[in-house]
Design a protein around this ligand. Sequence first.
Ligand SMILES: [Zn+2]
Length: 249
Amino acid sequence: MTLEVANTWYDTKAFGDDVTLIWETHIDRGVRCNMWHVCGRDRDLLVDSGFGVVPLRNNVALLAGKEILCVGSHSHFDHIGAHDEFEHRLMHKAEAHIMERPTRENTLADNYVDWPIFTASPYEGFDPARYNVRAAPPTRLIDEGDVIDLGDRVFRVLHFPGHSPGGVGLFEDATGLFFSGDQIYDGHLFSDTYEGAGDEYIESMEKLKELPVSTCHGGHFASFGRDRMIELADEYIAGQRKPGCPADH
Ligand SMILES: [Zn+2]
């Protein structure tokens, strides 16, 4: 199977608070990730970098020029594909080894990357069976309580194991903005990607319910407010605790 080569790969949408969503237009909505860009005075923040099948910085104007701290919410392929384009790469220590030696297995690319998730080819000769994330070792390891400083804006790192061992969210106390990665979003949540994940995921859900969130910008699908976040967390927890119900899906 082959598809037409796409003319453009990325699109953007500005939100309030100098936040911009970047996404890959020719990847299925359920698989492509939300990349979140935040403007700071001294440097910018980028949460996640997509599949990495088309150069990101050369094709998204707001990523040109400024110093950018590129955070990986976790190391699944759909979130870290273009990390190698950035000088500053921040990742939780529990997943640093995957960034150093990504494979189709340890990034989960093997489970998802095939023609049906694409509506156009990223370039001539693209072969999804040969897709792999390029190595991009972290330049800074982050963990619970660390601070990411943009000069005039500060984000707190929160560790949320469950979807993956080193999943992180970023919370801005001044605005209540919350970048949640794949810990929570308004869609089907996956917690079966590593051993012991189910219990950790529930603990992480309980923890995020305490956050005074204004807007939650997740790793996939549409953004939402605190009430919806708590509803999603409660639905997830209730689903996990049903006797005899297999974990998630
Ligand atoms: Zn993921």
